[in-house]
Ligand binder design. Structure first.
Ligand code: BV8
Ligand code: ZN
Length: 248
């Protein structure tokens, strides 16, 4: 495995690759100031217990508390901007015959950065829907919000623990992972199933797997390259080197 490859070294791999897939997690948004999940001190879970908040059962028993948590996170996210790591991934979109960005993040920062070839595995904090009739609700004013057409309880359009991921999104993510020739794993602890199976799917299908993370994670043990660094630092340099090779 290559440890801390220079951007030009990895750029060589990309110049020979046609199908690139990327899996991102909360670490990609860390440099925008959005707290990650498992960071011992600043992580979201450090203050809250996921079982208390990110499950449908908790939502039914404490809709106000769960809604306050999401509104608190949404307000914090609205104070942030996409960072150079998000923007670098937008630049890469048009350089390959096939490029797919698969995100676990619900913070909408990839979308605000301009990523279009995007699969949202865990939903999006900006969307909500009625648990009775499924109708989308745009404006959240009073908590918990009620459906405009049937009066049912409205929930955030995010995937909670114990819930299945959106069928089409997951199928598409499996397909793109198994077809990829390069699979990047950026800013994720790779602890959450089934997202954490995608890098292995890619590896088994013969892709070169690259991890970008200041820490190692379970994917490190079978990756072809590990960059111990921040995505917002490394990705812009990688992009510049890939562009040089593609323009050569
Ligand atoms: C499901 C939306 C079928 C909500 C989220 C026991 C064993 C194994 C699995 C399970 C188990 N019990 C239950 C399960 C399944 C469970 C699961 O995996 N649990 C885990 C905790 C063990 N999964 C599910 O329930 C999934 N559904 O499996 O359905 C099923 C059905 C019924 C019963 C069983 C199974 C649904 C999972 C989706 C949960 N929803 N989010 C919300 O956000 O409020 S998950 C949540 O965690 C986020 O989406 C987040 O993306 C995700 C993963 O976290 P990360 O993104 O990786 O963030 P983290 O903080 O962990 O790591 C950040 C990383 O970034 C770190 O490595 C750090 O070093 C790095 N970093 C920091 N700074 C930078 C950086 N990297 C780069 N640059 C930087 N600057
Ligand atoms: Zn309704």
């Amino acid at each position: 495995m290559l440890v801390n490859p220079k951007p030009e070294q990895l750029a060589d791999w990309f110049s020979k690759s046609s199908r690139v897939a990327v899996l991102t997690g909360a670490g990609v948004s860390a440099e925008s100031g959005v707290p990650t999940f498992r960071d011992k001190t600043t992580g979201l879970w450090a203050k809250f217990n996921p079982k208390d908040l990110a499950t449908f059962t908790s939502f039914l028993s404490k809709p106000d508390l769960v809604w306050e948590w999401y509104e608190f996170r949404k307000k914090a996210i609205h104070q942030t901007e996409p960072n150079p790591g998000h923007l670098a991934l937008v630049r890469m979109e048009d350089w390959f015959a096939d490029f797919t960005l698969i995100t676990q993040n619900i913070d909408n920062l990839h979308q605000r950065a301009g990523s279009a070839r995007l699969i949202e595995l865990h939903g999006n904090i900006e969307r909500n829907y009625c648990i009775t009739c499924g109708r989308e609700k745009r404006e959240v004013t009073d908590l918990p919000p009620k459906c405009d057409s049937c009066g049912g309880l409205v929930r955030p359009d995010v995937v909670w623990f114990g819930e299945n991921l959106p069928e089409r999104a997951l199928q598409n993510a499996w397909k793109k992972s198994s077809e990829s020739t390069i699979f990047m794993v950026i800013g994720t602890s790779a602890e959450v199933y089934p997202a954490n199976r995608l890098p292995y799917e890619a590896k088994c299908a013969g892709a070169q797997v690259i991890v970008i993370n200041p820490d190692e994670n379970p994917v490190t043990h079978y990756a072809d390259a590990q960059v111990f660094g921040k995505s917002g630092d490394y990705l812009p340099h990688l992009c510049n080197e890939i562009q040089k090779k593609l323009n050569a």
